[in-house]
Ligand binder design. Structure first.
Ligand SMILES: Cc1ncc(COP(=O)(O)O)c(C=O)c1O
Length: 434
């Protein structure tokens, strides 16, 4: 036998423009990273989605910290509280039971029934477990609901300021986000006349509402939600109500109002909720949607192929999310958040250039900084970037939430950190404002 021919470099053909003939132009092992990259053709879908600005800023703050630079991060939407103790105990007990099996893909029957019972007081319609789909967090719940509702090109009205992920989730589901600005001058409530014109568009299918709101902390009143509900009924639009912060208003309120309180037949409202914020377990990935049974069934079919079931440990833990002890843990966390909100608002006396509409819920503050931007001749993204690098405070520019001219402070850390952050911003402004 003569010398063995070197193995031929083989590329998977079809769609990427390489073929056997041209492979020799790129000699490399067929399993090298370069070869794998050439074989892959990334579709347009991920290109239509941007990385979350919030996560990018948090990552940059972490990188600066790793270099030994003392950065205060008020960027991420993840508070520093420990998980609610009853949930931890229930998760441990589940692990000790030795069960590690799949659950029903729409959630365990016990948890669906328990969530229906816990949510009942906010709904005009009678709930059963058939109204509940348990998912791996609120984010996938919203995505799956949109996948179940939208045909390509259908429009979704997104009230701005909005949570950074909404426009991307809408696009991934084939929809067209229509951003509807709500001005700080109108306390972030939409102009109902203009909104009606938007909802009346023939392609409009969905209105996305988030109260309490990330980033503004605005909580819509029952009257405001009734007005939104009535407009949607008139124009046959479905309301997606993201209520992930509903338990985070003030220490005496169990839940913020919901449009579901007006939907007697539960015909056009879908509510989203989860444990991430109310029980301080965002990494456990447990959320749910509440809606009409046919929608829940359709969404459940999609989930069975996309995700399977939400984590069984988190589902078992969620069964103890609404006991008296758990509610007390949530209330005590909310008490601390209310204190932080009040402290931040008071601290803004040092920053009279910032105009804050006091947050009523969630754990964010979203002051307008138009005056500072004008005097410095920069935009909010440049200001946030300079505050990160030069003042060593990580906050998120309003542009990320569809509201340029603002900054979002996450009150996810204690009062000392909030104070120190405000001092640093003050000192930076003193050095830089003309
Ligand atoms: C308004 C809003 N909705 C949904 C989510 C995501 O929640 P989950 O952790 O349940 O996916 C967040 C997270 O920050 C949020 O701010």
């Amino acid at each position: 036998m003569g010398s063995q021919a070197a193995p031929k470099v083989r590329y998977v053909t079809g769609g990427i423009g390489f073929d056997e003939g041209r492979a020799s132009d790129f000699p490399c092992d067929e399993n090298s990273a370069a070869a794998i990259l050439r074989r892959l053709k990334i579709a347009s879908r991920p290109q239509a989605v941007e990385e979350s600005v919030t996560l990018a800023i948090s990552a940059r703050a972490a990188a600066l910290r790793a270099e030994g630079i003392d950065v205060l991060s008020l960027a991420a939407g993840e508070p520093d509280f420990a998980p609610a103790p009853p949930l931890e105990a229930a998760a441990h007990a589940f692990l000790e039971s030795g069960v590690g099996r799949y659950t029903a893909t729409s959630g365990t029957p016990e948890l669906r029934a328990s969530l229906a019972e816990a949510a009942q007081s906010g709904f005009a319609a009678q709930l059963t477990r058939d109204n509940i789909l348990v998912t791996a967090g609120t984010k996938p719940a919203i995505h799956i609901a949109l996948l179940a509702l939208l045909e390509p090109g259908d429009e979704v009205v997104v009230l701005a300021p909005y949570w950074v992920s909404y426009p991307h989730i809408v696009r991934l589901a084939g929809g067209v986000p229509r951003i509807f600005p709500c001005s700080a001058d109108n306390a972030f409530v939409p102009d109902f006349g203009e909104l009606e014109r938007e909802l009346a568009r023939p392609a409009c299918r969905v209105l996305l509402v988030n109260s309490p709101n990330n980033p503004t902390g605005r909580v819509y009143s029952s009257d405001e939600l009734r007005a939104l509900h009535d407009l949607c009924r008139e124009h046959d639009v479905t309301i997606l109500s993201d209520e992930i912060y509903a338990a985070v208003t003030d220490a005496d309120t169990d839940r913020a109002p919901s449009p579901s309180g007006f939907d007697e037949g539960l015909e056009r409202t879908i509510v989203f909720d989860g444990l991430s914020k109310s029980h301080a377990v965002p990494g456990w990935r447990l959320g749910w949607m509440i809606g009409p049974p046919p929608l829940i069934e359709a969404a459940g079919k999609l989930q069975s192929q996309l995700l399977g079931n939400a984590c069984a440990i988190a589902q078992a833990a969620a069964l103890s999310a609404f006991t008296d002890e758990s509610r007390a843990a949530t209330r005590s966390m909310v008490g601390a958040i209310v204190e932080r909100r009040a402290h931040f608002s008071k601290g803004l006396e040092w920053l009279p250039e910032f105009e804050l509409l006091e947050p009523m819920g969630a754990f964010y503050a979203f002051p307008a900084v138009h005056d500072v931007l004008e005097r410095l001749g920069i935009d909010d993204t440049a200001l946030a970037s300079r505050l990160l690098v030069e003042a060593r405070v990580a906050i998120v520019p309003g542009t990320a939430f569809g509201a340029p001219g603002h900054l979002r402070f996450s009150l996810t850390q204690g009062i000392d950190v909030i104070d120190e952050a405000l001092h640093r911003v003050r000192a930076w402004l003193d050095d830089h404002l003309p």
